[in-house]
Design a protein around this ligand. Structure first.
Ligand SMILES: [Zn+2]
Length: 297
């Protein structure tokens, strides 16, 4: 009994070579029939994929490569800073493969040696992150890294492989990354304020207020406002800020546009608050915040 080709393809990770499918017991006739019925896709001769494979992934497979770097990160749902690159995929091609320039037109090509086995139509997560660092820099790498940790896509061993695979001067980013960041904005804010020597206590539970993104010093709350902070969320935020103020905390809120496009203003606000000692309080609130943080860690 020959296996149903789409099942065999799924068992092989969702993308498979004809040779591997035949080794799994599929026949050429069965593969042809599955393609004809739309139950399998054939992005190029001898390569098969499951329906639902994205257009970008089909394009990468179609040129004999794999989805890589920022394109693979987005397909995994990782936070990546929107750099307005449009729809051209970042594609990994084996360094030894001879592929004409015309075929690759419009693709951003990565020709490096992979560390991990591919994951369906994409390079593995360690390679995605390694490529992001090289292609898009520290900030995009760091936000995607914290996102991968948060989603449980990057485990401890993979983290160690990643750490070894990136240049020595960037390895601290892997040590600095946390798995409890709620959004890429939080990751970016913490990284940028760290760069100017500021230490933030993340995800602090404040009695009466709830969990806030960051506390600086004793009583300065920093919140990053994503899309959930509109409508009813806006009212909830205002109530939280008022309660926090009644307890002796001051809240500064920054949204995407500010953090990404008006960073200077964000930095001025935080540095200005610190210069006037707005993060210091003798109300004993620091003890409460610290206790809450210790309970969490
Ligand atoms: Zn790239």
């Amino acid at each position: 009994m020959h296996p149903f080709p789409p099942d065999a393809c799924r068992a092989l990770g969702g993308v498979a070579k004809a040779g591997d499918l035949r080794a799994a017991g599929c026949t050429s006739r069965g593969l042809r029939a599955s393609v004809a019925s739309g139950e399998l896709l054939r992005p190029r001769l001898g390569t098969y994929a499951l329906p639902g494979t994205s257009d970008l992934a089909m394009r990468a497979l179609g040129v004999g490569g794999l989805l890589a770097c920022v394109s693979a990160a987005r397909s995994l749902g990782l936070w990546t800073l929107d750099d307005g690159e449009g729809s051209n995929p970042h594609v990994w091609i084996a360094p030894t493969r001879n592929t004409s320039r015309e075929v690759l037109d419009g693709c951003r090509i990565h020709r490096d040696t992979l560390i991990d086995p591919p994951r369906g139509p994409s390079v593995g997560i360690v390679d995605v992150l390694r490529q992001l660092l090289r292609c898009h820099g520290i900030e995009t790498f760091f936000t995607a890294l914290e996102s991968a940790l948060r989603q449980g896509i990057l485990g401890r061993r993979a983290s160690e492989r990643l750490r070894r695979a990136i240049p020595r001067e960037h390895r601290w980013l892997v040590d600095f990354a946390r798995s409890d960041a709620d959004s890429g904005l939080e990751s970016l804010l913490r990284l940028r304020l760290h760069a100017i020597g500021m230490t933030l206590a993340p995800q602090v539970e404040i009695p009466g207020v709830g969990r806030v993104d960051f506390v600086v010093g004793d009583c300065l709350i920093l919140e990053t406002d994503g899309a959930t902070h509109e409508g009813a969320g806006r009212h909830r935020d205002l109530v939280r800020d008022a309660v926090a103020m009644s307890l002796g905390f001051i809240t500064l809120r920054f949204d995407y546009a500010m953090i990404v496009h008006e960073w200077e203003l964000v930095e001025l606000a935080v540095v200005g608050a610190l210069a006037r000692n707005r993060h210091r309080s003798d109300l004993g609130l620091r003890i409460e915040a610290e206790a809450a943080r210790k309970r969490r860690s």
